[in-house]
Design a binder for this molecule. Sequence first.
Ligand code: VG1
Ligand code: CO
Length: 544
Amino acid sequence: MTDIVTVPTTPFEGQAPGTSGLRKKVRVFQQPGYAENFIQSVFDVVQPQPGSVLVIGGDGRYHNRTVIQQAIRMAAANGYARVIVGQGGILSTPAASNVIRKYGAGGGLILSASHNPGGPDEDFGIKYNIANGGPAPESVTGAILARTKEIGLWLTVEAEDIDLDALGEVTVGGMVVEVLDPVADYADLMEELFDFDAIRKAVSSGFTMRFDAMSAVTGPYAVEILENRLGFSAGTVVNGVPLEDFGGHHPDPNLIHAKDLYDVMMGPDAPDLGAASDGDGDRNLIIGRGRFVTPSDSLAMLAANIEIAPAYRGRLVGIARSMPTSAAADRVAEALGIPCFETPTGWKFFGNLLDAGMVTICGEESAGTGSDHVREKDGLWAVLLWLNILAVRDISVDQLARTHWARFGRNYYARHDYEAVDSEAAATLMAELKAALPALPGKAFGSLTVAHADSFAYTDPVDRSISENQGVRVLFEDGSRVVFRLSGTGTQGATLRVYLERYEPASGEIDADTGAMLEQQIAAAQTIAGIERHTGRGLPDVVT
Ligand code: VG1
Ligand code: CO
């Protein structure tokens, strides 16, 4: 029997899991006991049963290996029978979800701050996923937070670091640790879901793509799947080696941080498809030759075509989207006679709907799309579904988009982010906005008149749990809307997100400039929330 070491500790302030886990600067995580307190709080809440298996993996960012070694020792001290960890400490978020499900683990620790930058002065994060492979629901994250506030000790064992790079099994404090290939299971799953033969055929007939892994976790996955298994030429995957600091970039697949890819795709030598993923591999960016597809449109277009992929034939039962995501998917659901659910922001809200078999595909405007194959959003999955559809329909991204809009109409959509805003100013802005809601209906802003305004609350259709304060919605009489939220993933001040949307029917202008189409909504959002008055900012930092 190995001796368990009990380490006395005192609580740290502010260990609340946000939209997707606890995210802080690396320096914060490096304080002695900081990560340990949080991990012990997770174990105290979860209470691993005899025989329990824990999956541990991360996106390879700076500080990943240090926390993994400590988490392994703590898991041994807390009674886990087995830990499964990705080789090199690597598991993309969707791959971790798959490993949890495939090997019947009780849960997993995913070490990532996702699209946030990495390195000694940047961000780190820890998230707990439950046995279904998905992010812990609010009932669990709430209990973890409560535990962090009263924690008095954490448990570990005296043991050396293991060799994270050597595949196979070792023992730590009587517990088995298996270091597994992070890519193989995931790549096999993708091969089960999609028609790889059809994609290979398209590739051999000249279909080309560029996948930007942004020096983050998807590099090895993309090389294996796209180049080795599907036959895309070597070099199709760019920035394919995961780096601890992502090469100094934000691994955020949007038009700002993946501008190189965008420029290539808008240029004369663009391949047929351009795609990118984020730090932990759960987001996707889709750009066709000369055509950017918004994540909201991508969800709708994928839903409309998903039954082309073998694993989804005759299986589309429902769609779910987060509230700020555009209603493009709703129109597809309506046309197909299936339900479309509107949830709060964050993948954890899709878990119950997926478990209950009420939805097949889910998506968020922040470049997250996924299905019931795992319980996380999945960047490469979305890229492969696009590839499967394009290959079978023998159509370009641009043609597919135009055909879609010609049938369903188009939801013009943009998100404006005001980053690193003073936290108090942001809180005041939201408080004043909420207080002003009852008086908004009937008021005119430019050509727009407010029809309805509220603070979004969600009742989970499965367990009836209620989540309040999930963003402010202002709906106008013409069907357009603006939504305001504060980010729950940032690590510096506050980030105000303003979501703008306007529907144009199929008979209207379906190929106009997004910024021009949303001018009225942008102006109304500034006035309604008093953004410049509160933040001193007249213009957003990032427009996606
Ligand atoms: C953001 C996105 C949200 C997403 C979350 C986690 O949250 O808006 O849609 O689920 O990030 O994604 P927030 O609270 O900052 O708006 V990831 O890829 O960072 O795990
Ligand atoms: Co992510």
